[in-house]
Ligand binder design. Structure first.
Ligand code: BV8
Length: 232
């Protein structure tokens, strides 16, 4: 069986990382158009670096939770049966990897990587970023940014994601509000392909009506239950 799992901030919520659209969420306290767009970075790179430096430190201090570990077990057990888990995450944290997931598709990039706008180099970067830092590759300062996909930028790996959707036997969305595209459109694509779909979330998302099934509750309870059900 091939499972396509799309995860969002809700899968990391119980690890203590903030979500975006909850009442006290990130976008209620910080303006995404000022801090998560290329224009915002060009206008005030120091403010953007401060925003991501805080989140990168929070991520380093956080630990994976039972939902992350359950998805690692699903990956291992499906592969043992000749199946596959395509784990596509909107999250920029590394909690799936730290829980042992081996193939994680970060369609919105990774906060622990940096991109140099001068030379295009991408590399792991776990410390703070700052305007005055020079790129280790080209030596120029002022061009390092978090290697994440901002609003108005093209998500990573859309061709591979489409191929994985077409090959999937199941589509599951976990911990996402279904409010940002193209990720929020994946369930509609799965429906067009005739793939059974399930929403696993704390509450109905913006696209809840497009799912064939749903399982509501905290991810640390619902995701292990989902995995047990998928593995029969
Ligand atoms: C694109 C990375 C073209 C950075 C993010 C006008 C101008 C420009 C663009 C647009 C426009 N109108 C529309 C667009 C497109 C735009 C968009 O969708 N805008 C929205 C606002 C309408 N999209 C883009 O710009 C994208 N690019 O369109 O390029 C293109 C497209 C296709 C092909 C070629 C070209 C790029 C968008 C990426 C932005 N980057 N993140 C960073 O992290 O700082 S977005 C960010 O928010 C996430 O990555 C995620 O994608 C999105 C939603 O977040 P969620 O993960 O869903 O989190 P949220 O808080 O919203 O929800 C959490 C859920 O968990 C809730 O439902 C909650 O109930 C649940 N939950 C909470 N606790 C728990 C729980 N569930 C279980 N257990 C719990 N304990």
């Amino acid at each position: 069986m091939k499972v396509f799992a799309l995860t969002g901030a809700g899968v990391s919520a119980e690890s203590g990382l903030g979500t975006f659209r909850s009442v006290d969420g990130l976008w209620s306290r910080f303006d995404p158009m000022r801090l998560a767009t290329p224009e915002g970075f060009a206008a005030d790179p120091a403010a953007v670096h401060e925003f991501y430096n805080l989140r990168r430190r929070n991520m380093a201090a956080a630990a994976p939770n039972a939902a992350h570990f359950a998805l690692t077990e699903l990956e291992t057990r499906l592969e043992a049966r000749g199946g596959e888990l395509f784990l596509c995450t909107q999250n920029i944290d590394d909690l799936h990897e730290r829980a042992g997931s081996r193939r994680v598709w970060h369609m919105h990039g990774e906060i622990a990587r940096a991109l140099c706008l001068h030379c295009g180099t991408r590399r792991d970067w776990r410390g703070d970023l700052a305007v005055e830092l020079a790129c280790p590759r080209c030596g120029r300062a002022g061009g390092l940014r978090p290697d994440v996909v901002w609003f108005g930028e093209v998500p990573y790996g859309m061709e591979e994601i489409e191929a994985a959707l077409e090959a999937a036997d199941r589509f599951v969305a976990i911990g996402t509000s279904g409010s940002v595209y193209p990720a929020a459109g994946f369930v509609a694509r799965a429906g067009d392909l005739g793939i059974p779909t399930m929403e696993v979330n704390l509450e109905p998302s913006d696209v809840a009506g497009l799912f064939g099934e749903s399982l509501y509750g905290p991810a640390t309870e619902t995701v292990p239950a989902l995995v047990a059900r998928l593995l029969g």
